[in-house]
Design a protein around this ligand. Structure first.
Ligand SMILES: *Cc1c(COP(=O)(O)O)cnc(C)c1O
Length: 363
């Protein structure tokens, strides 16, 4: 059969531009996530979150409950929709959304007749949030649950993969995530209809007509086939990357085992399986005699990157006018916590350098 003559094709090499790449990547994700989930690949995790909010019906002046202790990309799309974020503190066990403050916030808004439109819970640093309680609250109050699993591909709560609990789940394949397409993301959803609607919006919302016909505002958010091809390959190394990250986490557990005043962030119980995307520690300065900033600068001197934990959204200048429900859990984590090198490519020599640098301060 002769190939169709197209209006304006600038085809790359067949191997890279195969239209199948994106379907293959999506079905690999669906097989991996199980629970009969559908996946739609988009240009970034942020774009996925934006479309999830649109699918959840979030509009101008609506309110959306969002974990405060996170990366700004969890909250920014709320503002893209003209809606208002309300930030929720973390719980001490998982560092993720506190179910008690979540419910307090919902009750507070219901009391003034303003039902929140969605909940955005995050599995930060790969640690699953308390999905038993968070899912129950979302069902009790019938509020759409959006699960930001950008950092948590490969993590599980009670054996179920992160990203598959909510009405919508968000994955990211940005450069720094557990697997990468250099840039990209995927929406995880429950039905074929939601997946099709997401793809429709992500490809400029074209109605079914021979000419270009639009009844809705669309976006250019679809993942490119070239990147989807890379994503398919990356699925083959996902389990290996998870075990390498967990090995780094074990390395830090051993390193700090006998150090008073430094606590490695651990899974709170057997219900939680973290991909340990980043390994984090909490430094109690009163015991150690040095702060997280002292340790960061020490590592920096030896050309080793580390970073304070996320600065909570309710403390960010850009969100200063937003409502906040909680106390100082997230704030304290930000003050005392440090993320340590956790990459899947670190060598024994790298680990030795890290250990030596830390020991020169810790003693
Ligand atoms: C990386 C990340 C995102 C955004 O993903 P991008 O693909 O970079 O747009 C959202 N939320 C969290 C928690 C992230 O870490």
């Amino acid at each position: 059969m002769k190939e169709k003559i197209l209006l304006s094709s600038s085809k790359l090499n067949e191997d890279y531009s195969s239209l199948d790449s994106i379907n293959i990547f999506e079905s690999k994700l669906e097989d991996y996530l199980k629970n009969d989930k559908k996946a739609a690949c988009l240009s970034s995790g942020t774009a996925v979150l934006h479309l999830a909010l649109i699918l959840a019906g979030v509009q101008q002046n609506d309110e959306v409950l969002c974990q405060s202790f996170t990366f700004s990309a969890s909250a920014n799309p709320i503002v893209y929709q003209g809606a208002k974020p309300i930030f929720i503190d973390s719980e001490k066990d998982t560092w993720n959304m506190c179910p008690n403050y979540l419910e307090a916030a919902i009750k507070n808004r219901l009391a003034i007749g303003k039902k929140p439109k969605a909940i955005i819970v995050v599995h930060l640093y790969g640690m699953p949030a308390n999905m038993g309680k968070i899912s129950a609250i979302s069902k009790k109050y019938k509020i759409t649950l959006i699960e930001d699993a950008a950092e948590a591909l490969g993590s599980r709560y009670k054996g179920q993969k992160c990203g598959t609990f909510g009405n919508f789940g968000i994955l990211s394949f940005n450069e720094n995530k557990i697997i990468t397409t250099s840039g990209g993301g995927a929406l995880v959803c429950k039905t074929k209809e939601d997946k099709q609607k997401a793809i429709f919006l992500a490809t400029q919302a074209r109605d079914d007509a021979p000419h270009y016909q639009h009844s809705e505002i669309g976006y250019n958010y679809r993942m490119s086939n070239v990147l989807a091809g890379i994503g398919s390959q990356q699925m083959e190394v996902l389990d290996k990357h998870v075990s390498l990250r967990r090995k780094m986490h074990q390395f830090y557990q051993d390193l700090f085992k006998d150090v008073a005043g430094i606590r490695v962030f651990l899974e709170p119980s057997i219900d939680y399986f973290s991909n340990h995307w980043l390994s984090c520690i909490i430094i109690n300065e009163e015991v150690t005699g040095f702060s997280r900033e002292d340790l960061r600068l020490q590592l920096e001197k030896n050309d080793i990157e580390s970073r304070p934990l996320w600065k909570p959204m309710h403390l960010q200048p850009v969100f200063k006018d937003c409502l906040y429900f909680g106390t100082q859990v997230a704030e304290t984590l930000f003050e005392k916590g440090l993320c340590l090198p956790s990459g899947s490519n670190l060598t024994d020599a790298d680990r030795e350098r890290i250990a030596n640098s830390i020991r020169s301060l810790v003693g």
